[in-house]
Design a protein around this ligand. Structure first.
Ligand SMILES: Nc1nc2c(c(=O)[nH]1)N[C@H]1C(S)=C(S)[C@@H](COP(=O)(O)OP(=O)(O)OC[C@H]3O[C@@H](n4cnc5c(=O)[nH]c(N)nc54)[C@H](O)[C@@H]3O)O[C@H]1N2
Ligand SMILES: Nc1nc2c(c(=O)[nH]1)N[C@H]1C(S)=C(S)[C@@H](COP(=O)(O)OP(=O)(O)OC[C@H]3O[C@@H](n4cnc5c(=O)[nH]c(N)nc54)[C@H](O)[C@@H]3O)O[C@H]1N2
Ligand code: SF4
Ligand SMILES: [Mo]
Length: 747
């Protein structure tokens, strides 16, 4: 028996796990008590790490479709196949004929952080789609416009705040998102213990809502109205107080005028709240010594997602809570570029181009995932003929999976980097499976930038790569070489990993050269004026990815090195979040633009919603997450399946009675994109007029290899959507708060 440390990749909390091993087999996982950040916290998913890691359905060998059937091949043959089929396509039909889909686990792997930008660059395609447009893109747009940097996301200072207002997030089950905090539940309890207050806005009485001082069961999809009314009230009752922030903010008066019509009395009937509650929330927010407003999925994947995300930070600004301890602060990660001096930046621009078929504006170089199917189906120049999916299962996670499923089947070529043969990857012509997490190193490039405390940790692979396996970083690097117009990486030599064609390290060397070439010219960079070759020669690390990590650490704000991280296996604490204004701002004015043009232009849509009180007879569907689930890919783990982790339609008793729905009996749910049959669960955890169905289910398509999941398939909630409902500014799908009809199945 031995032991090893491994950061958990299963959610954004990034807990440190202490694993026990018997040879190369992981036999147990508990929380690492010495971890500088998570201090021993673990949840049931982390505890199931050994089983998740050893899932017998994980693919071990690359596969290529031959004679219509996926067959096991060597790595060399897999990459050769890609090279042989993608390059002629790009030559004939142009780079946009290859689409790329990046799914959620890319933010949980080193490979997903380091290589996709290079792949996109190598292909030159503009057809990029990611899970962000099913998730947090409204936040990026709002942050881009407010602060000039789409990745500058203010994070609630959970450990120090006196008052927390949460909208549309359920961290007791999700463990938090865009707010990386191991033991989020413990932090909320500690907030209450130190006399702080918690308000939760959610149409469901979630486990988080149960912990709150005040639970506000808002009507789905109306948070932006509620938030506008909170802003209105701050002005109306003269509660606005920016404090020292005032020097850095443009547009306060414009915001005052813009929210004039959104009085609590005007929004109350639409949000289905009383006006006094709205005023009380605003007063509490203003009166708290420090406070933070935090919104997630339920205020993001909705019709007014970007407006809502903007108003969250407008509240943080107007109460003087942005960028101050106890409020909402900007983390400073160890791999972020060293901050530049304050001053005007380049700003953030949306819609530099538009999608081919429906003319959706580009955001952050991406197109909405809801547009993927039509971009494959619709003939003409720029049509997607080949698709590369990396850690993505859009057939289940995006609206109208049936349509996308058919579209994927019509591609000339599909390549998937994925450990499972699932609803999406079953269409792959080449399937490249990464090793299980125990055989991969881990570093949180993304989540350290959203963490409630600055800290940095690195865990090398726990066990050596199994024979025949390829590290995911090498898979990505070889994929880049395969699609590039250089030497074929497979070079027709039958492959042993690491021995075929051009070495994957050329990809990392190129990335290092490009980064250093820029850094040595930037006065604020630690590499300023250095000789790039000498600087590169100093980098340590056994792999290209490690050397790139070392480079980023050295160019980062703390001047750390990979060796230092390795010498601190439980991590290095970098302290509580600190104010970062004005250096952080990259707007053209160098200030916070509180009333940016694109948001002003979207506001009439919200104004129109004031006059359209929803019909209370129409049921609205919202999602839910279960603590022992993770999007679409953890239903294959027996330890996490069963119990309350079920795919049921939650219905309020009043609606159940009205519609003659019986607990446990099947119902037919009908939406704009299709219909489903699903068991009813009668519970007053949902408010009247609202039904809830979790996502990531529907494991009943043929040709998958998910023994456990397909035995309890559930239904795909996203089949109820046709993809036409989006937040127009961000292109994000409306996944919460859409109309459905529900009837007992017998009818
Ligand atoms: N109705 C509804 N739909 C939703 C949501 C919702 O709340 N409601 N949530 C949305 C959100 S927030 C998100 S982020 C998306 C997620 O959407 P996706 O990213 O498409 O879905 P995931 O289920 O996370 O699937 C990820 C894929 O990654 C693979 N994978 C797992 N580990 C690894 C790895 O280490 N390497 C590689 N290469 N692949 C790996 C899995 O096998 C799976 O195929 O779903 C969205 N869809
Ligand atoms: N256990 C588990 N953990 C996860 C995941 C998982 O699938 N399972 N997925 C991970 C991912 S990819 C993400 S992005 C995060 C998401 O993390 P969260 O955003 O915390 O998770 P959700 O459960 O989607 O929470 C959204 C809440 O919004 C509520 N809601 C729905 N509509 C509305 C509305 O109109 N207004 C308001 N105010 N509330 C509304 C829902 O009832 C739900 O409680 O979780 C991550 N962690
Ligand atoms: S909370 Fe998230 S990171 Fe922590 S053990 Fe659970 S799944 Fe892993
Ligand atoms: Mo997500």
């Amino acid at each position: 028996m031995s032991s090893a440390l491994r950061i958990c990749p299963l959610c954004e909390a990034t807990c440190g796990l202490a694993l026990t091993l018997d040879g190369t087999r992981i036999t147990g996982a508990r929380g690492d008590r010495e971890d500088v950040f998570s201090q021993g916290f673990i949840c049931p998913k982390g505890a199931a790490f050994p089983e998740i890691d050893a899932d017998p359905d994980r693919l071990r060998t690359p596969m290529v479709r031959k004679d219509g059937r996926l067959q096991e091949v060597t790595w060399g043959e897999a990459f050769d196949t890609i090279a042989a089929r993608i390059r002629p396509l790009v030559e004939d039909c142009g780079p946009d004929s290859v689409g790329i889909v990046l799914g959620n686990p890319n933010v949980h792997t080193i490979a997903g952080a380091l290589y996709p930008p290079l792949l996109i660059g190598a292909l030159g395609t503009r057809n990029l789609f990611t899970a962000s447009t099913l998730d947090q893109m409204p936040k990026h747009v709002s942050s881009g416009l407010l602060f000039g940097d789409p990745l500058a996301v203010p994070v609630p200072d959970l450990d120090r705040t006196d008052h927390l207002l949460i909208l549309g997030a359920n961290p007791l089950d999700s463990n938090g998102s865009l707010c990386t905090a191991p033991d989020f539940p413990g932090k909320l309890k500690a907030l209450r213990r130190r006399g702080g207050t918690l308000t939760v806005v959610d149409p469901r009485r979630t486990r988080t809502a149960r912990l709150a001082d005040r639970h506000v069961a808002v009507r789905p999809g109306t948070d932006a109205l509620l938030l506008a009314a909170l802003v209105h009230t701050l002005f109306d009752e003269e509660l606005v107080d920016l404090g020292p922030l005032a020097a850095h903010v443009h547009g306060v008066e414009e915001v005052r005028r813009a929210v004039h019509e959104f009085s609590p009395e005007a929004v109350a009937p639409v949000c289905d709240l009383d006006a006094e509650t709205v005023r009380a929330i605003a007063r509490e927010l203003a009166a708290a010594p420090t406070a933070a407003v935090y919104g997630r999925m339920g205020s993001s994947t909705v019709a007014y997602g970007t407006l809502g995300n903007w108003l969250v930070d407008v509240l943080n600004v107007l109460t003087g809570n942005l960028d101050r301890p106890g409020g909402a602060l900007f983390p400073l990660s160890a791999t972020a570029p060293a901050p530049r001096p304050a001053g005007p930046g380049r700003g953030f621009v949306l819609g530099r181009r538009h999608s081919r078929v429906s003319h959706h504006p580009e955001v952050k170089g991406e197109l909405p995932l809801v547009a993927l199917a039509e971009e494959i189906e619709t003939p003409g120049e720029g049509r997607i003929r080949a698709l590369i999916t990396i850690a993505a299962n859009p057939v289940l996670s995006a609206p109208d999976g049936d349509r996308l499923d058919a579209a994927l089947g019509s591609l000339d070529l599909m390549v998937a980097v994925d450990p499972y043969l699932n609803e999406t990857t079953r269409h792959a012509d080449v399937l490249l499976p990464p090793p299980p997490p125990s055989q991969s190193a881990h570093f949180d490039f993304a989540f350290n930038g959203f963490a409630v405390r600055d800290q940095v940790r690195y865990t090398p692979a726990v066990v050596a790569l199994e024979a025949g396996r390829m590290d995911e970083c090498e898979i990505h690097a070889r994929l880049i070489l395969a699609v590039s117009n250089g030497d074929s990486p497979g070079a027709s030599r039958p492959g042993t990993p690491g021995e075929t064609g051009a070495p994957p390290s050329v990809v990392d060397d190129l990335a290092i050269d490009l980064t250093l070439a820029k850094a040595v010219t930037q006065q604020h960079s630690p590499a300023y004026g250095a000789d790039p070759k000498e600087f590169a020669a100093r980098l340590t690390g056994g792999t290209g990815a490690e050397r790139r990590l070392d480079l980023m650490l050295r160019l980062g704000p703390y001047g750390l090195t990979l060796d230092e991280l390795k010498a601190h296996p439980h991590g290095i604490d970098l302290g509580p979040l600190k104010p970062r204004l004005p250096e952080l701002l990259k707007t053209r004015s160098g200030r916070i633009e509180l009333f940016p043009g694109p948001l002003a232009a979207d506001l009439p849509r919200l104004r129109a919603a004031l006059d359209a009180t929803p019909d209370p007879g129409v049921l609205q569907l919202v999602g839910r997450r279960h603590l022992r689930s993770n999007n679409s890919w953890l239903h294959n783990t027996p330890a996490l399946a069963g119990g309350s982790n079920r795919c049921t339609l939650q219905v309020h008793p009043r609606d159940a009675e009205r519609l003659r729905l019986v607990d446990g009996a099947p119902a037919r749910v009908k939406g704009e994109g299709g219909e489903l049959e699903v068991p009813v669960e009668v519970t007053d955890d949902v408010r009247p007029g609202v039904v809830s169905l979790p996502h990531g289910w529907g494991h009943d398509r043929p040709g998958t290899r998910l023994a456990v999941a397909s035995a309890r398939p559930g239904v795909n909630v996203n089949q109820l959507l046709d993809g036409s409902r989006i937040d127009p500014l961000s292109g994000t799908a409306v996944l919460n708060g859409f109309p459905v009809e529900v009837a007992p199945l017998q009818d």
